[in-house]
Ligand binder design. Structure first.
Ligand SMILES: NC(=O)c1ccc[n+]([C@@H]2O[C@H](COP(=O)([O-])OP(=O)(O)OC[C@H]3O[C@@H](n4cnc5c(N)ncnc54)[C@H](OP(=O)(O)O)[C@@H]3O)[C@@H](O)[C@H]2O)c1
Length: 349
């Protein structure tokens, strides 16, 4: 996106209702009176279908939203994405879906009273039901977006709205970690875990990281005090007890970890199928709280994470970068294992 081609004060709307400014992008073409772009999507109803490049309509923004030309999108594994779809009944409502929520890009068009101006670099948490994400353009809510500081590369910025916000919410809001807590992070070297280690350490916690043995140096570099390889030991059997267990990877249920949670301990899971009712019932019975996480995205979380980054208290590891047309290869990266940080897609079809 070239800044000179967008006019911050007078967005011009085409006959089809879309901003004329999107026409400046070579990749966008007009078809049947509408503007078409490329997007990465998967078929919700066909469990074996892979990520593929499809033509999609450039989304229309409403008041309070902006149209953003995506530069990078952070990826969630398609296998897990499908589990979330099932848990949320997504299958009933959509046929084609996109696998990421966090994007970074440049504003093409915004409300005249928005703090975001055309040309600005922004990061945003995008609800994929409302707009395409792994695509050339996305519609982003002002309330779920933040300006990207000059010092932050776009690929790192795209990790903050989902993985960063999940890690922050889990540690600060859901688990309410305080200084001195002993915190175990199950799935510590991936997109969410790598950030959760750092946030827990800053809160003054003692952190045990769980991942495969080869990821021990990576987790220790991020600040983990102790490390357990899930290949060598089941952490629920090693006799240690923790104040907080953050099950990032969704492999240990509340029931399974009850014995290794201290009295008053807190369990937080990202597992889509974790039943919140069961979790509350167990919590009441055993004086240990459990939370089946659902991200509450907001700009405050993004601002806090940006501040940590600018103060050199948060690093954002990128495992690998793929062009959007290589999305199926990028997804295979999750099957290979030994993830170190986040997999991101670049808008380079
Ligand atoms: N509820 C929500 O709103 C929500 C939103 C976003 C994401 N999520 C979920 O969050 C989860 C984590 O996402 P992510 O992006 O951080 O995943 P990721 O990047 O794929 O990382 C997975 C991590 O789990 C580790 N791991 C693999 N098998 C394990 C096992 N058996 N025991 C313990 N650790 C194991 C991996 O270590 P090695 O690489 O060393 O094997 C890696 O550290 C996903 O399941 C996703 O569905 C939920």
């Amino acid at each position: 996106m070239n800044n000179e081609t967008v006019n911050p004060t007078e967005p011009v709307i085409s006959d089809s209702g879309l901003p004329v400014s999107v026409r400046v992008c070579d990749s966008v073409r007009e078809r049947d009176g509408g503007m078409m772009m490329r997007a990465v999507a998967y078929e919700v109803a066909r469990p074996k279908s892979a990520l593929q490049v499809v033509d999609a309509v450039v989304p229309n923004r409403k008041a309070g939203q902006m149209l953003v030309r995506v530069e990078t999108a952070s990826l969630t594994s398609l296998k897990r994405r499908r589990r979330i779809d099932m848990a949320k009944g997504q299958r009933l409502f959509t046929s084609l879906s996109v696998p990421a929520y966090g994007i970074a890009g440049r504003v093409v068009e915004s409300d005249s009273n928005s703090k975001f101006r055309p040309g600005d670099r922004v990061m945003s948490h995008v609800n994929h039901v409302a707009g395409e994400v792994c695509a050339e353009f996305a519609v982003c809510g002002d309330q779920h977006s933040a300006l990207i500081p000059e010092t932050m590369p776009m690929d790192e910025a795209s990790v903050i709205p989902m993985a960063g916000a999940m890690a922050l919410q889990a540690i600060r809001e859901d688990a309410k970690v305080v200084s001195g807590d002993r915190v175990l992070i199950n799935g510590a070297s991936g997109g969410i875990g790598a950030l959760a280690i750092q946030i827990a350490k800053q809160t003054g916690a003692h952190v045990t990281a769980v991942a495969s043995a080869a990821n021990e140096p990576f987790c220790r570099e991020l600040g983990a005090d102790e490390f357990i390889s899930y290949q060598d030991m089941n952490f629920t059997w090693n006799g240690t007890r923790w104040d907080v267990i953050f099950d990032v990877v969704g492999k240990a249920s509340f029931r399974e970890v009850l014995d290794v949670l201290k009295h008053g301990g807190r369990y937080v899971s990202t597992r889509p199928g974790e039943d919140p009712t069961l979790v509350s019932w167990f919590a009441w019975l055993f004086s240990k709280t459990g939370t089946a996480m659902d991200l509450r995205p907001n700009a405050e979380k993004l601002d806090e994470l940006i501040q940590l980054y600018e103060n050199h208290r948060l690093s954002i590891p990128i495992d690998s970068r793929f062009a959007m047309h290589e999305a199926a290869d990028a997804d295979r990266r999750f099957e290979e294992g030994l993830i170190r940080g986040k997999v991101v897609l670049l808008n380079n079809f």
